[in-house]
Every structure is written in C-alpha cells, then in structure tokens.
Design a binder for this molecule. Structure first.
Ligand code: HEM
Length: 217
C-alpha cells in the first residue's frame, strides 16, 4: 500500500463498494424508504443485540492490548441502550423473544474468534460498526424516530449521549487507525476483515428479508 495515502483513507476507499452494498440491501433500503414496518425495525434491533454483546464482551478482553486499547471507549458502549430499546419495543420479556439469525451467529462467532486472538481483526469489526453508527447511524436513528413516532425511546442505540461531536470523534478514531503499528501486509488483512464485516452486515439484511418473507407466507 502506498505510504502517501493515510491508512484510514485507503480503508474507506477500499470498502466504499461494500458499504454501498450494505446501505442498499433491500431490507435496509425498505426501512429507509418507509416501506419497512415497526416489526422489521424491532427485528433489526434484536440482531444488533447479539452483535454488540459480542463486540463489547471482546472489547473487555482487548482492553489490555496496546494496539486495540486506543480504539476502545466507554463512550461507544451500546449494549445498555439496546437493552432499553428492546424493553421499550418488545417488553420485559424481550430476552425470551429474540434469537440470532444464521448470519448473526456466524458474525458473532467471527467477532469472538478475532476478539480473542487478533487485535487488528477486532479493530476491523469495531471500526465497521461504531464508525457506521456515528455516521449514517445518526441519520437512520432520526428517520426511524420520525417514522415510528418513538421520540428517543426505541432509538437509544443511535444516541451517543457522551459524544457531543461525532465528526470530531471519528477524526480522532481515524488518526488512531493511521498511527496503528501495522505493516502493509497487516493493513491488507485488516481491510479484508472490514470487507468481511460488511459482508456479514449485508447478509444479515438478506436473512432479515427471508425471515420476514417466511412469516408472511
Ligand atoms: C441506510 C444505511 C446506511 C446509510 C444511509 C449510511 C450512510 C453513511 C454515510 C453518509 C457515511 C459517511 C459519513 C462521513 O463521511 O462522515 C457513512 C459512513 C460509514 N458507514 Fe454507513 N450507512 C449505512 C449503512 C451502513 C452499514 C450497514 C454499515 C456497516 C455496518 C456502515 C458502516 C459505515 C462506516 C464504517 C462508515 C465510516 C467510513 C469511514 O469514514 O471510514 N454503514 N455511512
């Protein structure tokens, strides 16, 4: 990889096509267009719970790793907000009502694997979710709130109360990506892992669409 291009820029460029596939996956696009239902939104929140449970549990393990630790921040923690959202959207018994879809299981297995063994891989998954939540996620949250009349209930996942300026936070995060002590080969592996993370997200939208079709049938 060229030394002239900061790693964070190369990463964004190399993953922009994968981002576009995730963004335009039918299930997500329908939610954005107003063609998804409240139940569709809840189904997505439930899958997020499994993903963030894995991300934030492995963050606990990676906290002592010198490379991964600089990316980990309590300000990003999403699990309590997801639990409050599910309580509001589903009710007290939400834990008994949610199950991971096949892609979620595979995604969680991969987060667990790299989260136990490979700091660069962990950062790849951390980046793909949290930088997305701080970017398009801000827009998605506002849209879902308006569409379903939630106010702030049910969309707490998208509200980062401890991050006043998401843009500034993302800039610091990108500086950390640029400073990570990865050689060219490791940078390639991290990019590949980000592409894999995007693939999980896109395939999860496909799973959600299939699960919905199976319910309707
Ligand atoms: C409707 C769905 C989505 C929309 C509208 C959307 C929109 C956006 C926008 C506008 C940005 C650029 C923000 C900026 O330049 O600061 C962005 C960045 C990003 N999004 Fe999304 N996005 C969506 C879905 C996703 C998904 C499913 C993922 C993966 C889980 C994702 C991950 C990311 C990441 C990692 C970035 C940061 C890229 C970087 O600057 O390095 N997005 N998104």
């Amino acid at each position: 990889m060229s030394d002239l291009i900061p790693f964070s820029i190369a990463l964004r460029e190399r993953s922009s096509r994968a981002h576009s596939s995730s963004e335009h996956a039918g299930f997500m696009a329908d939610l954005m267009k107003g063609e998804g239902t409240r139940d569709d939104y809840i189904a997505l929140v439930a899958q997020h719970w499994f993903i963030y449970e894995a991300l934030e549990r492995t963050a606990g393990q990676m906290r002592n790793d010198p490379v991964a630790a600089v990316f980990i921040s309590e300000k990003l923690t999403r699990l309590p907000a997801l639990e409050a959202d599910l309580e509001f959207l589903v009710g007290d018994d939400w834990r008994e009502t949610i199950t991971p879809l096949p892609t979620t299981r595979a995604y969680v297995d991969r987060i667990n694997e790299v989260g136990a063994t490979w700091p660069g891989g962990f950062v790849a998954h951390h980046y793909t979710r949290y930088l997305g939540d701080l970017s398009g996620g801000q827009f998605i949250g506002r849209l879902m709130s308006r569409r379903f009349g939630f106010g702030t209930n049910g969309i707490g996942f998208y509200l980062f109360d401890d991050i006043a300026d998401p843009k500034a936070f993302k800039e610091v995060y990108r500086e950390q990506l640029d400073k990570a002590p990865w050689d060219a080969a490791e940078q390639e592996r991290v990019i590949d892992e980000v592409l894999l993370a995007y693939r999980f997200n896109t395939e999860l939208f496909d799973d959600l669409a299939h699960a919905k079709a199976a319910q309707v049938a």
